[in-house]
Design a protein around this ligand. Structure first.
Ligand code: BGC
Length: 444
């Protein structure tokens, strides 16, 4: 049976949310537009034509949500800052109402003894910056550092835990390579530029925080997957290695000073075209922790597309595996394998599982949501963490994705990940069975 004390008294129990998915009120109090506001304004971009409305209304209900986290027994509240709420044009004049809002969130967390973790970037780039090329414009490094400096200046007296960026592979891959997400840019060159600039921002951002906030704990949150080849044919085994390089190695290796994984993807040398003198030094930083975000397993095979990767995923629907609402392969056991993979990087000091979760349809019946499958998922994840810790892997926290149901990007409101149910019409919250389990478990 799982018990809280099996994880040690310093293990951090938290929850992660993001500004765009939770806050709503996209035009309130001087906020500027982000690329995700632009994208969702066209409802044909969103599954089922969902309108985001006020998302999960965190802009107004933050006190209630923070209190829920407290009641469940969590000790970390990880949230992201909407860059365009603070700098409506991405750069230049500051919107003080945005600053005040995040100050209220931080103070509310602290008053409930919840440690605030700030994510500086969770994908909602100010539209004004995208209009100037966004992540493909090298100027983004300056814009990002100016924004980081403002956050440090206003929040750094109380916030010691900083996650510089959330899942660079997702926003550069889907936003700048396949065009599936905002800002719908496509092509290998856009992707490589966006990715390289993201690496520079992470490392430089980390350095700026370290140089200005005493005793700061600084990390990044990287997506990761358990990757395996569809069979033992050598072309598929090699394809899986490339897929693994893209999904698990692409960002951590340059950040650790190892460069991009060109050993299995020589065509990645293209990225040298984007390099400027001195980038080799600027790209790395010794983070205090690496956040890993685990959701699914990928079965890979050789393919003639996309270029550079020459591998694709065998769709989970064709594999007779357990699927979530987004048709992803639910495989919590993969987390232990992924942790083992990352442990080979000796320079990583400590890990936090900064997100994991699962979406299933939930039904509110007589005031209860019986989400037994989600509960099982989190319990399985906890078992993988427990086993990994026993093997000496320094994984020191688990942040649930997510507290309340929210807006799942292009997939709209249908995928529900929360341990607390939201009725999006009334914005009423109901703790699900999984949330109740966490409450008992964390109080045990
Ligand atoms: C992201 C979240 C997202 C979650 C579930 C993570 O990749 O950080 O924003 O909602 O996965 O898909």
């Amino acid at each position: 049976m799982l018990k809280r004390n099996q994880f040690g008294k310093d293990f951090k129990w938290g929850v992660t949310i993001s500004a765009f998915q939770n806050e709503g009120w996209a035009n309130a109090d001087g906020k500027g537009a982000s690329i995700w506001d632009t994208f969702t304004n066209n409802t044909s971009n969103i599954n089922n034509g969902d309108e985001i409305g006020n998302a999960a209304n965190f802009y107004k209900q933050y006190e209630q949500d923070i209190l829920l986290a407290k009641q469940i027994g969590l000790d970390v509240f990880r949230f992201s800052i909407s860059w365009s709420r603070i700098l409506p044009n991405g750069t230049g004049s500051i919107n003080n109402e945005g600053i005040d809002y995040y100050n209220r969130i931080i103070d509310c967390c602290l008053s409930h003894q919840l440690t605030p973790y700030i994510t500086l970037y969770h994908w909602d780039l100010p539209q004004a910056l995208e209009d100037q090329g966004g992540w493909t414009n090298r100027q983004i490094v300056h814009w990002f550092l100016d924004y980081t400096q403002i956050c440090i200046q206003h929040f750094g007296d109380r916030v010691k835990h900083w996650v510089v960026m959330n899942e660079p592979m997702t926003f550069t891959g889907l936003g700048y390579f396949t065009g599936y997400h905002a800002p719908q840019k496509k092509g290998i060159l856009n992707f490589l530029k966006a990715a390289h600039h993201a690496v520079l921002c992470m490392a430089q951002g980390g350095r700026l925080i370290r140089n200005t906030i005493a005793n700061a704990q600084i990390g990044v949150a990287l997506s990761c997957s358990h990757v395996k080849p569809v069979d033992r044919k050598s072309k598929n085994v090699r394809a899986a290695k490339r897929m693994e390089a893209l999904l698990n190695r692409f960002f951590i290796e340059p950040l650790l000073g190892m460069g991009y994984p060109i050993d299995v993807m020589p065509a990645l040398k293209l990225i040298n075209l984007i390099f400027k003198k001195g980038d080799d030094q600027l790209m790395s930083f010794d983070f205090d922790f690496i956040g890993l975000q685990y959701y699914f397993r990928v079965v890979a095979r050789h393919s003639i597309y996309p270029p550079i990767l020459f591998a694709d995923e065998v769709p989970p629907v064709k594999r007779n595996v357990k699927l979530n609402t987004m048709n992803l392969d639910v495989y919590p056991k993969g987390l232990k394998k992924v942790l083992k993979f990352y442990t080979a990087y000796k320079k990583i000091k400590s890990f936090i599982i900064s997100e994991s979760g699962v979406c299933y349809p939930d039904y509110l019946v007589n005031g209860h949501v019986y989400d037994a499958r989600r509960l099982k998922y989190h319990q399985m994840i906890l078992k993988q963490i427990k086993k990994s810790r026993k093997q000496g892997i320094p994984v020191n926290g688990y942040f649930i994705w997510t507290l309340v149901d929210n807006f799942e990007w292009k997939e709209g409101f249908e995928p529900r990940f929360g341990i607390v149910h939201v009725d999006f019409k009334s914005q009423q919250r109901t703790i699900k069975l999984s949330g109740e389990w966490f409450r008992k478990f964390l109080h045990s």
